[in-house]
Design a protein around this ligand. Structure first.
Ligand code: GDP
Length: 209
């Protein structure tokens, strides 16, 4: 599993703090508590990888995890060989001041609008509460850019198999109606590891790993 190489690299609060825009990266989005950290940890086979993203007061940042091949990571390869997972802040944390919000929105718009390295977006949704406004917004960002997106319906272990399958079908239908075939979806569980291999294949494919 190439994603098991993941190591925390940096947290960017401003565009200048982003790593060079040369390689391949996949961004992860989700409402807070959706299960995004658990999903990242499961994909990377690590227990506390995404914990850093949740440090209180540090929620308005893009957290980069390095999955570049080789022992030295991105620091030791040409920029075009760098590979990253990018953890976007969970939506729905404590309220932030209006001006900070505007700054953050501009940063995120810029990142989504022009980051060449960005090859795909994973949106993590609690299978019991899928396709909230924020999720649709993030999927819209990606599709507008012509980027593929993949939705994880996580915590599927909390539903019976039948109910999970029904939700999957309903969400798939709705996504294809709203976004066409650039958005795919699967059931997932960070707890039971359901769907972890499938999600790894999608992310690994986008990263050309
Ligand atoms: P984040 O805020 O999106 O990063 O969410 P977390 O990964 O921290 O998960 C939020 C809560 O949901 C925690 O209590 C997790 O233990 C729980 N959780 C996350 N993923 C799963 C899952 O697949 N199954 C179950 N049963 N609980 C999960």
């Amino acid at each position: 599993n190439p994603l098991a190489r993941a190591r925390y690299l940096l947290a960017a609060h401003t565009p200048r703090q982003l790593p060079p825009d040369g390689g391949f990266e996949v961004a992860f989005a989700g409402r807070s508590n959706a299960g995004k950290s658990s999903a990242l940890n499961a994909l990377c086979q690590q227990n506390a990888l995404a914990r850093v993203s949740k440090t209180p007061g540090r929620t308005q940042q893009l957290v980069f995890f390095d999955v570049t091949a080789g022992s030295g990571g991105a620091a030791e390869v040409a920029p075009e060989d760098a590979r990253y997972l990018v953890d976007l802040p969970g939506y729905g944390y404590a309220k932030v001041p209006q001006d900070l919000q505007a700054h953050w929105q501009a940063f995120l718009d810029g990142y989504f609008g022009s980051r060449m390295a960005l090859r795909g977006l994973v949106v993590v949704m609690d299978i019991r509460h899928p396709l909230k406004e924020y999720d649709r917004q993030m999927l819209g960002y990606a599709v507008q850019r012509g980027l593929p997106a993949h939705a994880l319906l996580t915590k599927a272990d909390k539903l019976g198999r039948g109910a999970a399958g029904n939700t999957l079908q309903a969400v798939r239908r709705e996504l294809s109606g709203a976004f066409g075939d650039t958005v795919s979806v699967q059931t997932f569980s960070g707890e039971s590891k359901l769907g972890v291999d499938q999600a790894r294949d999608v992310v690994g494919g986008w990263l050309q790993l």
